[in-house]
Design a protein around this ligand. Structure first.
Ligand SMILES: [Zn+2]
Length: 454
């Protein structure tokens, strides 16, 4: 059945259009957009904008968001947080993970994300033994996404070692470890199982240069299919850069580029600590940088050199990573504000020919996020399956023009303006509600109770 949407304002191809009728065909594809007013019996949406891809998620970390904000050592850091996270994840069982993922993915939809890049490294049980069905946890995450209606790029993680120089993995890492053969089997089985599913893509994710041997990483990349996304954590922490220099006499990004053909299929997650040469290398390669502003702030990682990178037309998108915030508005705000604080300037992500900071941030995050997740067939573009957000503009802002209203949404909205969310031509959130809203909070409460018990 063809679906028509009427909107007072639509943001499409980096332009605003007023009073439009969008036509979406039975396959969910946006086939046309024309000037028109809604007939009296039809509702008119205030503002239609694209949705974003959340390119970096560790769903299992969501329940612990906010629970590590206390002094656990004389100098808390990423590494002390990681120890707490390892203790926490040992309590998560397959049925818990499915509930966590469903509830989290609904939260993502309500907050403007319609694609998720799930960087998934929980493969084994709490004792470090494989499940009878080795891809059990990956499958339960993917099925959770399908059930709630979010598109997923599942990124099974390859994790071999506890640190550089093939350091043996610690006890906290035993659920992540796979041999190269086990990993290849996992990717292969997921790819064959979900090959035909329009909501699912299967990528690859070597965890980091700390956790994967470079030689094995090269072997692994021989199996990469065309356009199959490949994601890696890189240069998140200064000590990681120092250790890499010690072992390889190269910084992590330099090492990666010297050993592999890094191209537009790649997503370099964090890439926080870069020298100028590395910034140039990444931009030139067309790889996407996966910036996770609220997590990077929460973990004290550092600040990505966005200004230099954008001067070189580098690609980037955003991820909510540890899910300390599941809110794209907050990610974009933090991204810009960190630059302002560091550079003592305003409107860093803007220029005289592209003056609107909020629009620039949002549009580039839209492009980069979809690229990172290999999403070429959905979005808010004619000829693609329609992924979009319907915003309710507070009445008092109606005298503002579209750019001003959107700036208010990104920089000063306190409540969620997103009312309805469409994925691949279907409404998955309506009036801020998802069909599973009744049952999931109770289930999640039970999971929280179990995880918090000693
Ligand atoms: Zn991560």
């Amino acid at each position: 059945m063809t679906l028509f949407i009427y909107a007072k304002k639509v943001f499409l191809n980096h332009q605003w259009f007023e009073d439009q009728k969008l036509e979406i065909d039975a396959q969910g594809v946006l086939i046309s957009m024309k000037s028109a007013f809604a007939p009296s019996h039809e509702k008119t949406i205030d503002m239609v904008v694209p949705s974003l891809a959340n390119l970096h998620s560790h769903a299992f970390q969501w329940p612990m968001a906010g629970l590590t904000e206390y002094c656990s050592s004389h100098q808390d850091s990423f590494w002390t947080w990681r120890d707490i996270m390892y203790q926490f994840l040992n309590k998560v069982e397959p049925e818990d993970l499915a509930i966590i993922a469903k509830a989290l993915y609904i939260e993502m939809l309500k907050n403007g994300y319609t694609e998720v890049g799930e960087f998934h490294y929980l493969h084994k049980d709490a004792q470090g033994n494989p499940y009878q069905q080795p891809d059990l946890l990956s499958v339960s995450m993917i099925e959770a996404a399908i059930e709630v209606g979010i598109n997923i790029c599942h990124l099974p993680v390859f994790y071999q070692y506890g640190g550089f120089n093939k350091t043996a993995a610690g006890d906290g890492q035993k659920r992540f470890l796979l041999s190269d053969h086990q990993y290849a089997d996992l990717v292969h089985s997921l790819r064959s199982r979900y090959q035909q599913h329009h909501q699912v893509k299967i990528g690859m994710a070597p965890h980091s240069l700390r956790a994967v041997d470079v030689g094995d990483l090269k072997e692994l990349c021989l199996d990469l299919a065309d356009n199959q996304p490949v994601h890696i954590h890189i240069s998140e922490q200064l000590s990681e850069v120092e250790q890499c220099l010690k072992v390889y006499q190269k910084r992590p990004v330099e090492l990666l580029y010297s050993e592999l053909d890094v191209n537009a299929q790649w997503c370099l997650v964090h890439a926080t600590h870069l020298n100028e040469h590395e910034v140039e290398q990444i931009a030139k390669s067309q790889a996407v940088v996966g910036i996770c502003p609220t997590t990077e702030a929460n973990l004290g990682d550092g600040i990505f050199p966005l200004s230099k990178f954008s001067d070189l037309k580098g690609n980037w998108g955003i991820g909510s990573d540890s899910h300390i915030s599941v809110n794209m508005v907050e990610e974009l705000r933090w991204l810009e504000y960190a630059q302002r604080l560091q550079m003592h300037r305003r409107n860093v992500y803007a220029s005289s020919d592209k003056p609107m900071t909020a629009i620039n941030l949002f549009y580039d995050a839209y492009k980069g996020g979809n690229q990172a997740l290999g999403n070429t067939n959905s979005g808010l573009e004619i000829g693609k399956k329609a992924n979009l957000l319907a915003l309710k503009i507070p009445d008092q802002f109606l005298p503002c023009n579209s750019d001003q209203i959107f700036s208010k949404f990104i920089f000063s909205s306190r409540n969620n303006w997103i009312q309805d969310v469409m994925v691949s031509g279907h409404w998955v959130i309506q009036q801020g509600q998802h069909p599973l809203d009744e049952q999931l909070p109770m289930q999640l409460k039970k999971v929280m109770k179990k995880i918090l018990s000693h």
